[in-house]
Design a protein around this ligand. Structure first.
Ligand code: DX5
Ligand code: ZN
Length: 249
C-alpha cells in the first residue's frame, strides 16, 4: 500500500522522526452516513477480535476512546495498544483524545497508526496549530466540544477540520444517557461547516436516537454500548443502519 513520509518541528520540539501514513486508509469523504463503533464497551481482552467482527459488518471506521484520568475521570488506552491493533485491522482508526495537552501527544498517536485524531477544544492551547500539525503528519483532524461548551468556541477552527465531534454525553464513560440539548448543537455545527466536513456524534447513540441526530445533520455515528453490549454485534450495527432510513428531513 502507498505510504507517505513527513517530518517537522512542533512546539520547539524537533520531530525529525518519520511518520508513515497510509494514504489509502482515509476518513470517508463527507456525503455518506458512517457508523463508528466505539470499543469502549468492547471486551478489552479481545480487542482485535472485536474489531474484526465490526469490520466484517462492513463499517469503515472504528472509534478509539483515549482517556488520561486527568481531562476525564477515567483511563483507557494509549499509542502502544493502537500500534498493536493496527497490525490486525484496516479500518480507519478514529482516535478520540480525551486528554490534557493533546499537542504533546498527538504525533505519537499518528505514529502508532491513528488515521484521524480528534482533540477537545477545552484541552488545547492552540487548536489551529494542532490541526495544521496533524495535517502535516498526514492524518485527518477533528475537534470536539463537550455538552456545555458553546459552538461559538469552535467557529474559527471547525472549517479547518475534516470532522467535528459533538459530545452527546459528558465524556469519560460509555453507556450514558443521550443528552438531547447537546445533540441540537449539531444543527449549528452543520451550518458552520457546510456539507463537506463530517459531523460526528458521540454518546448514547442507539437505533432510537439515530434518526434524531441524522435529521440534525450528523453523518458519523459513534456507538459503543448499543453495539458491544449486544451478543450479536453485526445485528446491532444493522439495527442502527435501519434506523438511519427512518430519518425525516
Ligand atoms: C465517552 C466516549 C464515547 C463512548 C460512547 O466518553 O467518548 O465514545 O464510548 O459510548 P456509548 O455509545 O456507550 O455512549
Ligand atoms: Zn468517543
Amino acid at each position: 500500500m502507498a505510504g507517505g513520509f513527513t517530518a517537522g518541528c512542533y512546539n520547539g520540539i524537533n520531530t525529525a522522526r518519520m511518520v508513515n501514513v497510509n494514504k489509502q486508509r482515509r476518513l470517508p469523504k463527507a456525503g455518506t452516513i458512517e457508523i463508528a463503533p466505539s470499543i469502549l464497551s468492547a471486551d478489552f481482552a479481545r480487542l482485535a477480535d472485536e474489531i474484526a467482527v465490526i469490520e466484517s459488518a462492513g463499517v469503515k471506521i472504528v472509534h478509539l476512546d483515549v482517556m488520561d484520568g486527568h481531562f476525564v475521570p477515567n483511563i483507557t488506552i494509549g499509542p502502544p495498544v493502537i500500534a498493536k491493533l493496527r497490525k490486525y485491522s484496516n479500518l480507519v482508526f478514529d482516535s478520540h483524545l480525551m486528554i490534557s495537552e493533546p499537542e504533546k501527544y498527538a504525533e505519537r498517536f499518528v505514529e502508532a497508526g491513528a488515521d484521524h485524531v480528534t482533540f477537545h477544544i477545552e484541552a488545547a492551547d492552540e487548536s489551529k496549530r494542532l490541526i495544521d500539525r496533524l495535517h502535516e503528519l498526514g492524518a485527518t483532524a477533528g475537534i470536539c466540544l463537550n455538552p456545555e461548551t458553546p459552538v461559538d468556541s469552535i467557529k474559527k477552527v471547525a472549517p479547518l477540520c475534516d470532522m467535528v465531534l459533538v459530545m452527546t454525553v459528558h465524556p469519560g464513560f460509555g453507556a450514558q444517557e443521550f443528552m438531547p440539548e447537546a445533540a441540537k448543537k449539531v444543527i449549528q455545527v452543520r451550518e458552520i461547516v457546510g456539507p463537506d466536513i463530517r459531523v460526528e456524534v458521540d454518546g448514547g447513540i442507539d437505533p432510537q436516537m439515530t434518526p434524531i441526530v441524522v435529521s440534525y445533520g450528523a453523518d458519523t455515528l459513534v456507538a459503543g454500548n448499543a453495539i458491544f453490549s449486544k451478543p450479536d454485534r453485526v445485528a446491532a450495527i444493522n439495527a442502527i443502519r435501519q434506523a438511519c432510513k427512518k430519518t425525516k428531513n
